[in-house]
Write a protein that binds this ligand. Sequence first.
Ligand SMILES: [Zn+2]
Ligand SMILES: [Zn+2]
Length: 396
Amino acid sequence: MPEFNTPTEAVITYTDSDWRLQPVLARPPGDHELHIRILATGICHTDIVNVGGIYPRILGHEGAGRILRKGPNVSPDLDIGDPVLLSFAHCKECSMCVTGHPAHCMQQVPLTIAAEGLNFALAESEGEGEGLEKDAEGRRRVVKAGYFGHSSFSGVAVAREESVVGVKQWIRSEEELKVFAPLGCGIQTGACAVVNILKPTPDDSIAVFGLGGVGLSAVMAAKALNLKTIIAIDILPNRLDLATSLGATHSINSKSLSPSQLTNSIQSLTPFTAHPTSPTGPTGIIDTTGIPTLLQAALASVSRLGRVVQLANQGPGSSVSVALPEHMRDGVSLTGTVQGDADPVKSIPMLINWHREGKLPLEKLEKMYPVEDFERAREEMHGGGVIKPVLIWPQD
Ligand SMILES: [Zn+2]
Ligand SMILES: [Zn+2]
């Protein structure tokens, strides 16, 4: 058991509704690890529902900060004090990693959602906690962490090197670093699903199911790539309005629509191409809901030879049935993906550039909260009123 000796504070998730900000001690960084002084952490839906299901644990998998300390064998390209963004861990060695697909790493689950590194202990004054692991003296105060390789709901994160993206050549201010905190998961996932999976041309068309941070990032990416038809679908009017302000050309409130009515609504938005006998429906659909009936509606709505990209699911065992004759006749594809198949070392500079060019107005999605207001942030996100809460950590 390592010595826990770096004092900080962390939000510990005891249950879905019981998050507590508590003083903790971090262990020193090990081989290919760093301590990151966290400046800002985006909250993602994956944190809200604790995908991976391990309690208690320190979550958080989007973050911005500066390098505080380096363990052995960390790249010389990462210096103490450098600004960094945090994304996701991967093994760097499997066939997926070495061919540029780290999001689909063969070790993806144990290194991200199921990570349970013994990286923190409750501070002495906090005593012992129910469900925590035993320390070297047999006291229950060791907290599991390492979510996505870092667990950024902590003032000091213990981060695996490959989850850290150095951004010193791009960052101009601390304010900007805060704004970029969510790039490493939610924004990247939606934008890269468009860029890497759909790979659209301006003549292609897209529909986006679900307008949280991921879906709105897909809308922004489609706009950045100059798609002429961008259809935004959700059940909340405020989100549909926001999508329109970000570049959606059409919006559909699906609240009272059956799946077949939704398909009719989408396909009635013609013409998708100039040719009179062209198939109806967008060439690409991004689904951020993972709801089986909506995925079926997406498959029925997409154009012949179109592609539906699945970015969410309803948990273990969830499935969708596919009408095989129509699936074959129409030549459609259903592609599941993690993080939009992004390699953060490439996607984060691209997203920062888009922000510089005004194509990724993150400020329209974000709301900043001091970290002690984490409960309000979580509830406002859960209620749909806030798209992307960002927790701001005190800098000692
Ligand atoms: Zn790998
Ligand atoms: Zn996420």
